[in-house]
Write a protein that binds this ligand. Structure first.
Ligand code: GLN
Length: 445
């Protein structure tokens, strides 16, 4: 069988193909020469699967899509406080190249507009790094996000530099406020090289997937940046990534995103996928027209909005039933899925409201694939309190989803690999499946 996803992507491209509105960017003359018909879309999953349709291996310059990644590098190289002291995290609601800074501090509002991005470029690498080495650090960092070696398009770089009057004006203002502490022209040259790095839609999807995958590149397995850095970057992308269209985007698409004036657009959906589209015609905000339509469609077709409420919490408790009878009876709370705070709360509540009368209580994790840190602590506290209430507590955990369970002070737990093992005789072991929230009853009796 062939995967259905490339067919879906091809169909989505077909639907937006006839939209020829907008124009390729022309304030950078070299970008105006792009073939406006180019069109591609890629999904990259956090485990490294890539699905694409259309022009996904055509190179174009990354432009502003470099901004979140270089922000990540600056946070990594300098730490949060020094970066936040120079660049804010407030949406400006203004165009990307607006010459505006916070009136009191002179700080750029955020790292996604040019003023902020020029500043974050200057903060990549250790303090005092030679500007040329800093550019190399940036290109190497972007390459690590993509999982392959990237290079600069010299023609686009020269073309932009010849017309970089606005970015120079911004940089000189930043110098005036001591936000930049070096020659503004040198910083703008470095920033322009950063924007001229060549990528394909495939690369961009992988870069976005690295953010979606907590900072680890799904293909190379390399940890590029830490989880706190990823969280910071995704937050800023979701509030500021689409400039003065950020509010529309947040409500209609709801995926942390970043656009570039060469026609690229990325979205990173935490824990799920990285998405990239490429189409050079831009709307008045400087965002790709067909890219925005594609993202709107992806989001609504597949429920990708980050504010979409997950079903997981409600479904965590698969069943609550008793296995065996008399003194052998075991109360089994069977859990399923991925368990975070809300799922663990459901288990806590069940343990409190059911107040098991059986001496033996088992938490069955056989159908659980992950327990996050807070859920782990909450479940172990449930175990501890059940022990203190006089119960014998078992953790049915054949795949060691919760390794080394230590319920702490006064708690005790026995780990078994099935309900039958050491808990009840095997013939009574199999809990009935498929009926959620099933109460009472002794299977097989
Ligand atoms: N290099 C471009 C600039 O500074 C990037 C802008 C963008 O992609 N929005 O103008």
């Amino acid at each position: 069988m062939q995967s259905v996803i490339p067919d879906y992507l091809a169909e989505a491209l077909g639907d937006v193909e006839s939209d020829t509105s907008g124009e390729p960017a022309d304030y950078i003359p070299e970008l105006a020469t792009a073939d406006p018909e180019l069109l591609g879309a890629v999904f990259a999953t956090v485990d490294g699967e890539v699905y694409g349709a259309g022009d996904i291996d055509t190179e174009f310059t990354i432009q502003s899509i470099s901004k979140p990644f270089v922000y990540a590098l600056a946070l990594t190289d300098r730490g949060f406080d020094p970066v936040l002291a120079k660049v804010g995290v407030e949406p400006s609601g203004e165009a990307f190249n607006r010459i505006s800074l916070e009136s009191d501090t002179g700080r750029p509002f955020n790292p996604m507009i040019n003023a902020g991005a020029i500043t974050t470029h200057s903060l990549a690498g250790p303090a005092g790094m030679d500007p040329q080495e800093r550019v190399e650090r940036v290109v190497r960092g972007l390459s690590a996000f993509a999982g392959r070696g990237l290079r600069v398009d010299e023609r686009v770089c020269v073309s932009e530099m010849e017309h970089a009057h606005r970015n120079l004006a911004i940089a000189y203002m930043l110098r005036g406020y001591d936000i930049l502490i070096e020659d503004p022209r040198v910083v703008v040259e470095g920033y322009t090289r950063q924007c001229s790095v060549l990528v394909t839609a495939r690369d961009l999807a992988m870069m976005a997937a690295t953010l979606a995958h907590r900072g680890v590149n799904p293909l190379s397995g390399e940890r590029v940046v830490s989880e706190p850095v990823v969280r910071q970057v995704l937050s800023v992308m979701s509030t500021c990534g689409m400039y003065d269209a950020a509010g529309d985007w947040a409500t209609q698409v709801g995926i942390p995103a970043k656009s570039g004036v060469a026609g690229g657009l990325i979205g990173a959906l935490p824990g799920q996928i990285g998405i990239a589209t490429f189409s050079p015609r831009l709307d008045p905000h400087g965002n790709s027209v067909r890219g925005v339509s594609l993202f709107e469609r992806f989001s609504s077709d597949m429920g990708l909005h980050v504010m979409e409420v997950p079903a997981a919490a409600r479904a965590t408790l698969r069943s609550n039933h008793v296995v065996g009878s008399g003194p052998d009876a075991v109360r089994v709370l069977q859990l399923q899925g991925g368990i975070g705070f809300a799922g663990a709360e459901r288990v806590v509540r069940e343990a409190v409201t059911t107040a098991p009368t059986e001496t033996r209580v088992a938490l069955d994790l056989t159908m659980v694939y992950v327990v996050d840190d807070v859920a782990r602590r909450m479940l172990l506290e449930v175990v501890r309190r059940l022990t203190l209430d006089g119960h014998q507590v078992y953790l049915v955990d054949p795949d060691a989803i919760m390794p080394d369970p230590d319920p702490g002070d006064g708690g005790r737990v026995t780990v078994v690999s099935e309900v039958g093992q050491g808990v009840v005789p095997p013939r009574e072991a199999a809990p009935r499946r498929g009926r959620p929230e099933e109460g009472g009853g002794v299977p097989g009796s």
